[in-house]
Structure formats: structure tokens, C-alpha cells
Design a protein around this ligand. Sequence first.
Ligand SMILES: Nc1ncnc2c1ncn2[C@@H]1O[C@H](COP(=O)(O)OP(=O)(O)OP(=O)(O)O)[C@@H](O)[C@H]1O
Ligand SMILES: [Mg+2]
Length: 259
Amino acid sequence: MLDIKDLWVRYNSIGGVTEAVKGVSLCVEKGSFTGLVGESGSGKSTMMMALLGLLPPRTEVRGKILFNGTDILGMSDSAMRDIRWKEIALVPQGAQNSFTPVMKIKSHIMEVLRVHLGMSLDDAETETARLLGEVGLDPGIKERYPHELSGGQKQRASIALALACSPSLLLADEPTTALDVIVQAEILELLSNLRRTKGLSIILVTHDLPLAATVCDRLVVMKDGSIAEIGTPSEIVNEPKHPHTKDLVREMFRQRDKK
Ligand SMILES: Nc1ncnc2c1ncn2[C@@H]1O[C@H](COP(=O)(O)OP(=O)(O)OP(=O)(O)O)[C@@H](O)[C@H]1O
Ligand SMILES: [Mg+2]
């Protein structure tokens, strides 16, 4: 469903030029659960933003991003707006803190349903309750403000928000960071269930290789804007080939054992 061909991304900001993604090629099959792992700054979030056409102005992007056969890189803003939310949706990095504090949870979700699907107020409210139930929350939570939810509940709500327009590809950028180990596992279980019940394809972005290895069917290891290695979790964890993957596996398990 997704075929990234030789993707290059170069940021041109006041601070200078950053080559964040350097020639990445990657296929994502329908219904797959892909883990994109790599150290901080390796270009993971940049890849996600490129997939959504949300890179800042003046950013140079080269290559192809074929989504169901169509190159979405060259698409107009309005065409891209039809793809975002409805086909490809993002649970952004730090999503738990991206809810506007003065808006009830339902307002965030209803707004997306109304703007992108043209729903009436009543329908949007009913659908919001259904979506919250789908991610394992009490639908009554819709009446609460973000600060009245735990971190894990907020993360579930942000997943409900991403699911609002029934996307076929869900990008989850560090959805478990800053959550305790039990809640991390619950969020991953939720993602796995959604994948199974809705036939959703998921790209999970994370620093946490051991965590990704428990749920993903394929791991993509990034290093300095390039792919160092792609393999099944068992290949990556048990027989890493690239020196960087070896270091990463050693370091990540060491950190996990320390906890
Ligand atoms: N808007 C931007 N303008 C300029 N440079 C940027 C911008 N966003 C990211 N970068 C740079 O691009 C590189 C890749 O950043 P990116 O956020 O994609 O990494 P990441 O793998 O998601 O890291 P983390 O795991 O810390 O979230 C970094 O060097 C970063 O400083
Ligand atoms: Mg990131």
C-alpha cells in the first residue's frame, strides 16, 4: 500500500541545513505492523511528516511516496487534505500533550468529524462516544477536559482522534513514551487489536526496540537518516547484521534491564 522510493529530506532553517532523511526506500504492506526504530535525530518523525505532507515550507524533498500506486509527494495541498485523516492518520509525538487544555475531549474529536466528514453535531457526538469506546475508554470521558485524564487515557484519546476518519494507515510516533511499563503494554495491545479488527496498517515509531519487537512483524532500524537494517523482530534482536543494529540492540536491552 505504501512504497517509499529513495526519499531525501533536507530542512533549510535559520539554524542551517539538515539532511534528515537520506535515500530511504521502504515498502509497507496492507495490514502490516512495522516498527521504525532508531536513536534520537535519526529522521523517524521527519519520515512521518513527509508521509503526511506536513514538512515545513522551504524543506527540500526528493524521491517518491507511492500510496496505493499514486505519488503523494507531488500532490497539491487540497488533494493531500483528502488523504490526511481519511487514508493516513498520525498519532503525533507528544500527542498526550497536544490536546487544547480549554477544550473538552469531545470537542477535539467532533471538530475532525465535522470538518473532514461533514457530520452534523449530533452524529459527531454519537460517533465520538463510539470511537472512545473503541479505544477502550468509557465514552463518558468525552465530557472531560484533557487535564482530567491520565497519561494513558490521553494517549488512548489521541488514538481515537487519529481513527476518526477511518484511515487505512496509522502512523504512531512514540505513542508509549512517558508512560509506565504496564500502560505501554496496554497501548501496544490496543494498537495490535485495532490492526487485527480493522485491518489497519500501522507504523510504530519508537526508541524502544525491545518494545517494538514484541508487537511488530517487521522492524526498520534507522541511523542518521538512512535505513541500517530491515528484518523480522527475531532477526533484528537475535542476529543483527549491521554494526549499528548490534550496538542498538545491546544498548536498548541494557537500558531495559537497568529499569
Ligand atoms: N523543523 C525542522 N527544522 C530543521 N531541522 C529539523 C526539523 N525537524 C527535525 N529537524 C532535524 O532533523 C533531524 C531528524 O529529526 P527527527 O525529528 O526526524 O528525528 P527523530 O528520529 O524523530 O528523533 P526523536 O527520536 O528524538 O524524536 C534532526 O537532526 C533534527 O534536528
Ligand atoms: Mg521523533
